[in-house]
Design a protein around this ligand. Structure first.
Ligand SMILES: [Zn+2]
Length: 76
């Protein structure tokens, strides 16, 4: 399975949000990183299923940690 492209954002509470671009339509789907489970499937507005592998999710966590470190945020 192809891993979708994603970006990490921090919201105003410094919660990590994953912005996942739908491989089918390009729509950006936002989900809180903490709410995502490995290999779970998210439904895009276009009806496509998007899934983040355990590896993808791990790299999302790594990116979020790097962003928090860069901004000197200690919040979990
Ligand atoms: Zn879509």
């Amino acid at each position: 399975m192809k891993s979708p492209r994603f970006d990490i954002d921090l919201d105003k509470h410094y919660k990590a949000t994953v912005v996942i671009a739908c491989p089918a339509c390009g729509h950006e789907n936002r989900h809180h990183l903490a709410s995502l489970q490995p290999d779970s499937t998210l439904a895009c507005v276009c009806g496509s299923d998007i899934s983040l592998t355990a590896y993808g999710l791990q790299s999302a966590h790594d990116k979020a940690a790097a962003i928090k470190a860069a901004y000197h945020i200690n919040a979990a």
